[in-house]
Design a binder for this molecule. Sequence first.
Ligand SMILES: [Ca+2]
Length: 392
Amino acid sequence: MDLEQNISRMTRRQFVTATGALFVLDSFGPRVRVTRGQLSGKLERGPGLSRVIIDTDPGVDDALALLLAMRSPELKIEAITAVAGNVPLELTLPNALRMVEIAGRSEIPVAAGAKAPLLRRLVTATYVHGENGLGGAAFPEPRTTAVAEPAAELIRSIVKKYPGEVTLITIGPLTNVAAALQSDSELAGRVRRIVMMGGSLSGGNITPAAEFNIYVDPEAARIVFQSGMPVTMVGLDVTRRTALTEEHVRALEAGRGGVSQAAAALARNAIEQHRRAGFAARPNMHDPLAVAAFLDSSLLKWKDYYVDVETRGELTAGETLGYSPRTGGSEQRSATEKQFPNLLIRGSAPTLASSESSSVLRDKFVPNAKVAVDVDSARFFDMLIGRLSGKQ
Ligand SMILES: [Ca+2]
C-alpha cells in the first residue's frame, strides 16, 4: 500500500500526529460561515449554528470579547458563566449582565460561578482592569439578574442536552469548567471542544512563567488540559500581538449604535488605564482573539502540542509547558532531537528525601491541544472593529 492510500485510511488527526505536521488548519470553528452581506443585514439565528458557552471574568477585554460574540451570527450562545479572576465575582457577574443588556441579548442566561480558585486565594488584576473591572468605563447597573443555577451545573446540563455540540469558550481562570468536570466524569467526552484564552509557551505576563488565567487557578487548568477534551489554546504567544490603537478607538467611536459606543468607551478607558498604570505597551485584545479564533481559525496558525501545567513550582506555578513530537519540548533542541527523537515527557527527578519520582511520565506523545503560534493581527482587528462598529 502506498503512502497516499495509507493516509486515506487514517483520520486527519492520526495523520497530523504521525507526520508531526507543523501547522494545522483544522476547522474546529462554526459550522456555518457568514458573508459580509449577511453580517450587515439583520442577524438571523437558527438551527445549524454553533452552540457555545462563554466562561468569563469581565474584565475589559472580556467585555469586548462578549460584545464580539454577541455580534456574531454564527454563534448560538447557550449561556455566559461568570468566574472570579480579573476582579471578584461580585463585579464580573454584573459586568457580564451589563454587556448582555448593551447588546440587547437578555435572552442569554448568565450564571454565577466560582468566587475563588479551587485551592488558592484569589489574585486579581485591578492594576490592568481598574477597580470596576471595566477600566473605569461606567455603565448603568444591570436590570436583569443571573439565573439560579450555578455556573458549573449550567455548563453540565447544557452539554448533556447537546452532546458533542457545545464548544466552551473560556476567557478567564478555568475554575468553573474544572468544577463541572470534577462533578461529572462524562462531561469531557460530551464537550465538542474548549477554546481558551490562556497559557503561553513563550513566557508569562503575571510572572515570568505564567499567564494570568492559568496562574490564578493552575490546578483547575491542569484538570482541563488532562481531561481529554480537545483543547484549543490561544495564549500570550499570539495575544501579545494584538495591541489596541487610537485608530481602532476612533473607528468604534464613529460607529452607530449602543454596542459600538460601549466598545469605544471600553477601549478608550483601557488605553487610559494602561497609561495611568505606567505600561509602555497598549492594551492587548487577549480575550476577543479567542472568540475570533473560534469564528475563523484561519486568522491564526496552529501547532499540535501536549500541554501540561506546572502546579507546584514556587516561582513557576501556572506555567504551561508544550511538548511537540518534533522537538520534545523546545524549538531550540533540534540537535538533541536528532539524537533522541522520542524524548519522554517526564517530571522532576526524585529528591534525596524520597525515592519517588514525579508521577508525570509519558513515553508516547499524544497531543492534547492545538496551540496558536501566529496571528494575522490586521485581519483580526478588521473582524473585531468591523463587527463591534456594525460595519461588517
Ligand atoms: Ca478574561
